[in-house]
Write a protein that binds this ligand. Structure first.
Ligand code: FAD
Length: 289
């Protein structure tokens, strides 16, 4: 099912779609391992599942469309296949579009992709921003979503400018947005006001990732610039030498965030499951689903 239809139906029914993100498992037997993860996640009846891809067409990106197709066609759950454009030519994109269509993909999340760690200066390719990619995907018949940044994108110092760039993605044809993770819901509520003022009318679903370890938190903070509010810092300090308790506290914190967002009537909730059904299950239980 198209994701814009899922949001429209939920809006009419006064409900909030809950979705999951998973990534293609690494290594051999990728599809078999993805099948196990997909089966366990689909059993929790999310409204849809999105599947990440590596930027630049490397790594496991080839598996993204196949896994998204498996989720929809084998397990009957709507899916979204992520697609990036950084470093690609129009011809390369066209062949990826063909592959996604051949796999039966209906929904995509259009992303620029992160700059490769070793890339210095400019990156060659026909696309500079995700908004350059979106029209080709709409033209190809996909329902297209894009990324939103409640605290601004890490390369953009000004939140208002980041919201203007979001509007460009809507104008290019994006019909839903999924946010970067955040640990402080107040950032999302302020961002939502800015987005409304900037004329963003398509649904924005809130991406929430439970923190699992101190290393994971610092990696996320450095990669995406998410702020750490003091309750999170206190939990990290309290359970510094107790990894199991820290993981449990991270999951509990994410569940409280989800409940609060649900109480505020947001457009949707998207859980970064890290392929862990236990994370997805705890979130669904917290939301009374
Ligand atoms: P863009 O929207 O193109 O923005 C990139 C930067 O350019 C921003 O700083 C923006 O403010 C600025 N900008 C945009 N338009 C203009 C303009 N016209 N003029 C000047 N500046 C402009 N990465 C992956 O590799 N694979 C994934 O599967 C993946 N999934 C993701 C899912 C979600 C929900 C999110 C939030 C991110 C995901 N990412 C993924 C990471 C994403 O690729 C990075 O955040 C990347 O750095 C930016 O991608 P974007 O599509 O938001 O880029």
């Amino acid at each position: 099912m198209r994701i814009d239809s899922i949001f429209a139906q939920a809006h009419d029914a006064g409900t909030i779609p809950v979705s999951f993100e998973m990534f293609p498992p690494k290594g051999e037997l990728t599809l078999d391992r993805a099948r196990d993860a997909s089966r366990a996640l689909c059993a929790l009846h999310p409204d849809f599942i999105s599947v990440t891809c590596s930027a630049g067409g490397s790594g496991n990106s080839g598996a993204t469309a196949e896994i998204a197709s498996m989720i929809s066609h084998e397990f009957g759950t709507s899916s979204v296949a992520h697609i990036t454009c950084i470093g690609q030519t129009r011809a390369e994109l066209a062949s990826r579009i063909d592959a996604y269509r051949a796999a039966g993909v209906e929904n995509v999340l259009a992303l620029r992709g992160d700059r490769p760690q070793d890339a210095e200066g400019t990156i060659t390719g026909d696309f500079t921003y995700a908004s350059d990619l979106i029209p080709a995907l709409v033209e190809a018949g996909f329902c297209v979503g894009a990324a939103a940044y409640p605290e601004g994108h890490i390369e953009c110092d000004d939140l208002a400018e980041s919201v203007r760039h979001l509007r460009l993605k809507q104008d290019a044809g994006a019909s839903f947005f999924v946010t970067q993770l955040f640990f402080d819901n107040d950032y999302f509520y302020r961002f939502r006001e800015l987005a409304d003022a900037a004329g963003i009318t398509v649904p924005i679903t809130c991406g929430i990732m439970p923190f699992m370890s101190k290393q994971q938190v610092s990696r996320m903070v450095f990669m995406c610039g998410a702020s750490l509010p003091s309750p999170v810092i206190k939990l990290l300090a309290r359970f510094e030498d107790d990894p199991a308790s820290l993981t449990a506290a991270g999951l509990d914190y994410a569940c409280r965030q989800l409940e609060d967002l649900q109480d505020h009537g947001v457009d949707g909730l998207h859980i970064y499951t890290m392929n862990r059904p236990s994370v997805a299950r705890a979130a669904m239980e917290a939301l009374g689903r």
